[in-house]
Write a protein that binds this ligand. Structure first.
Ligand code: C2E
Ligand code: MG
Ligand code: MG
Length: 450
């Protein structure tokens, strides 16, 4: 069965293309045309479509996380490859499929009527789910979440993709495949995102982005041993905005890379000031998005920035998050090694919130593991509290076995603090001691509590 699908799929997007265009860019995991190649191909097909009606489908696998967590990442990649192969086998002439990131696929399809298109999408999704159940024994039927955009004349591929994706994001979680067509409300949402994009660039230029610092404490002594830098947007009309209001959009459009370096610069400027005033220096950590993994000179830029302020990399700590896709792991590990070699402290943020893998800890050259707040929340409520406590306890002892310090994030109560102390956690950060404060107040705070 697979061979038949593969042969057909090669006919559709592999061999034929390779003969005509020898430099087809491929996605590493699925061997489908890459995102960039897909955009070029879609633009060409739409340009030559001569009145044929086309729709764009943005699609992801509901609960793909479950597959990764139950069967492992490598198997998750096998599933993505099978989905890619089945999708490709369902395509006709001048139709396309590609995988953009993670479990997210895009299809360019012909259609005659909306009803017919919906049926066809269901058939394609069923073919993939049936195949994985029959041949691979996946016990839980795969369900998909799709957004569909009906393409008009002369529309730009980026806008087409954004609209299909906006429709997909509207879908809820259900027990059957969800297929939503783009509508006016999605348009409003898309406008909001566009406005936010323009607004944040303006905000950065007008000095509306601010850096707050939240102290980190050594749990046994209660001494401040560091701080985390957190960005805020002092919006002229909407007040002080926390990162959840704008970081996700900036992650999508890449502007987060500018924000992260802005925060680092602000931190360095503050630290130089403290140094010049003879104040005590504590190690400050800054958050860096996974988007930096795509930059070839990321670590060099970190070093250059710090040196420009007369500081050493060891004065700072870099926080990276662990919830990255499996295929990014190789790059993540290599960037981590470079960061460590340069002399920066390195911490793994939000451990336990995403696809945490304890075994990866062995390979990651991190100094600090930051336990996600979600773990602690589970420790004092509900029937699973005891189990969650045992998990936290064992993660801490395992990390320490590997010579990695543990910091618990989001500590809000004395009860949590005492439990962490008893579990030999090294550091805590949370409202129990102090909330994030404007960086200009931090020096005074340190002096006041000394
Ligand atoms: P994070 O790096 O895990 O930062 C910790 C978050 O937990 C901060 O939220 C902090 O204010 C909050 N927090 C600390 N203690 C407590 C507590 O006791 N209770 C509760 N409920 N919350 C607590 P914030 O500042 O809203 O930041 C959220 C996330 O946004 C950060 O999570 C980080 O992932 C991201 N972020 C913040 N600044 C930056 C930045 O400059 N660059 C990047 N790439 N991401 C950033
Ligand atoms: Mg952080
Ligand atoms: Mg965190």
């Amino acid at each position: 069965m697979l061979q038949r699908i593969v042969t057909r799929a090669e006919g559709l997007f592999g061999k034929r293309k390779r003969e005509e265009e020898p430099t087809v860019l491929l996605d590493d995991v699925t061997k489908l045309p890459s995102k960039e190649q897909h955009k070029l191909d879609a633009t060409r097909i739409l340009h030559n479509r001569k009145g044929a009606k086309y729709a764009y489908v943005s699609c992801d696998v509901s609960g793909f996380k479950y597959i990764n967590e139950t069967y492992g990442y490598a198997y998750g990649n096998v599933v993505l490859r099978y989905i890619a192969t089945v999708f490709a086998s369902c395509l006709g002439k001048d139709e396309l499929v590609s995988r953009t990131t993670g479990d997210h696929f895009c299809l360019l399809l012909h259609y005659q009527s909306e009803e017919g298109l919906k049926e066809r999408i269901h058939d394609i999704l069923n073919a993939a789910a049936d195949y994985l159940m029959a041949e691979e024994g996946i016990q839980r039927r795969l369900l998909f979440n799709c957004g569909v955009y009906l393409i008009h004349k002369n529309e730009d591929i980026n806008m087409i993709r954004a609209r299909a994706s906006a429709a997909r994001k509207r879908n809820g979680k259900g027990f059957r495949d969800q297929i939503a067509f783009y509508n006016e409300n999605d348009f409003v949402k898309e406008l909001e995102v566009k406005e936010l994009e323009a607004d944040i660039r303006r905000a950065a230029e007008h000095g509306e982005l601010k850096v707050f610092l939240q102290p980190k404490y050594e749990i046994t002594t209660g001494h401040v041993i560091g701080a985390e830098a957190l960005v805020r947007w002092e919006h002229p009309e909407r007040g002080m905005l926390t990162p959840n209001k704008f970081v996700p959009t900036c992650e999508e459009n890449g502007f987060i890379c500018e924000i992260d370096f802005f925060v680092l610069e602000e931190v360095c400027r503050k630290m130089r000031e403290w140094k010049e005033e003879g104040k005590k220096l504590v190690k400050v950590s800054t958050n860096f998005s996974r988007r930096h993994l795509e930059e070839v000179d990321f670590v060099d830029r970190l070093i250059r920035t710090v040196e420009r302020y007369g500081l050493k990399p060891s004065d700072l700590e870099i926080e990276l998050t662990e919830s990255m896709a499996y295929e990014e792991m190789g790059t993540l590990l290599s960037v981590m090694r470079q960061i460590k070699e340069a002399g920066f402290g390195l911490s793994m943020d939000d451990f336990g919130s995403g696809y945490s893998s304890l075994s990866l800890l062995r390979e990651m050259p991190v100094d600090v593991l930051k336990l996600d707040k979600g773990f602690l929340d589970g420790c004092h409520e509900g029937a699973s509290a005891n189990r969650d406590k045992r998990i936290v306890y064992h993660i801490i002892s395992m990390a320490k076995d590997l010579n990695i310090s543990v910091l618990a994030e989001g500590v809000e109560t004395l009860q949590q603090m005492e439990f962490l102390k008893a579990s030999h956690c090294d550091m805590i950060q949370g409202y129990y001691y102090a909330k994030p404060m404007p960086s200009k107040c931090f020096g005074d705070y340190l002096e006041a509590i000394a």
